[in-house]
Ligand binder design. Structure first.
Ligand SMILES: Cc1cc2nc3c(=O)[nH]c(=O)nc-3n(C[C@H](O)[C@H](O)[C@H](O)COP(=O)(O)O)c2cc1C
Length: 210
């Protein structure tokens, strides 16, 4: 099946059957998220992989009672940095130098530019920027899961402060941005499974300027 066929196959699954997704598939989904592009390559987020049933149930309670949070195989919590700090910026620039094995003046000037601006912005502005980067990885994970014929439910419908508290995210300098239950659909219990996908036309979305 081509990627586009798989993206047609996927949908925001409303009921999952509790089946465990093989670890190698989960690993490839997480790897796709890790390979996502991010602004300045800072990757300003982490992914919590929740398989503990009690934790999943607690999170369901603060996620509009959406059953897939409990019935998924793995619950991915995309948690963005609460702000940009000098240490966090330096870590990624140092890592780049270490992996590539050289220092570059242009890159070092760019580091200085970020260090002289990002840490001085409002925390909320920085968190929102970091969360936008997490959404890119989130999209990649959704596509990768579809490629693996694994279901997902993109989910913003939850109490972020409550999830932060359940997972102790604020202590780690993180804030929950978005949830992704990953699992296998339960078609007989899912009102959405048989419905036709609805998208606006390409003409409505895309403007070509030759
Ligand atoms: C950022 C985001 C947040 C969403 N939050 C929820 C949610 O909390 N619960 C839910 O059932 N679906 C949620 N959805 C699913 C959308 O409603 C769904 O993707 C959209 O209607 C398109 O349908 P499809 O994904 O089935 O093709 C969310 C989707 C996105 C991208």
């Amino acid at each position: 099946m081509e990627l586009l066929d798989k993206l047609q196959w996927r949908y925001a699954t409303k009921a999952m059957n509790g089946e465990t997704v093989p670890q190698e598939k989960i690993d490839r989904i997480l790897e796709a998220a890790r390979l996502a592009p991010t602004s300045s390559g800072l990757q300003p987020f982490e992914i919590m992989v929740v398989t503990n049933q009690k934790l999943k149930d607690k999170i369901k309670d603060v996620a509009w009672n959406q059953s897939v949070v409990s019935d998924c195989s793995h619950l991915l919590v995309f948690a963005a940095w609460d702000t940009y700090t000098e240490d966090r910026i330096n870590y990624m620039f140092d890592l780049t130098n270490e992996i590539r094995g050289f220092k570059n003046e242009g890159w070092e000037n760019y580091r200085k530019q970020l260090l002289s601006t990002y840490p001085f912005k409002e925390e909320e502005v920085n968190f929102e920027h970091a969360a936008r980067q997490a959404y890119i990885a989130f999209g990649m994970a959704i596509a990768a899961a579809a490629f693996e014929k694994v279901d997902t439910t993109p989910m913003e419908g939850f109490d972020t402060a409550a999830v932060d508290q359940i997972l102790g995210l604020r202590e780690k300098g993180l804030r929950s941005a978005i949830l992704l239950p990953v699992g296998m659909r339960a078609p007989e219990e899912d009102w959405l499974e048989s419905l036709t996908k609805v998208r606006k036309s390409t003409e409505k979305m895309v403007t070509v300027l030759d």
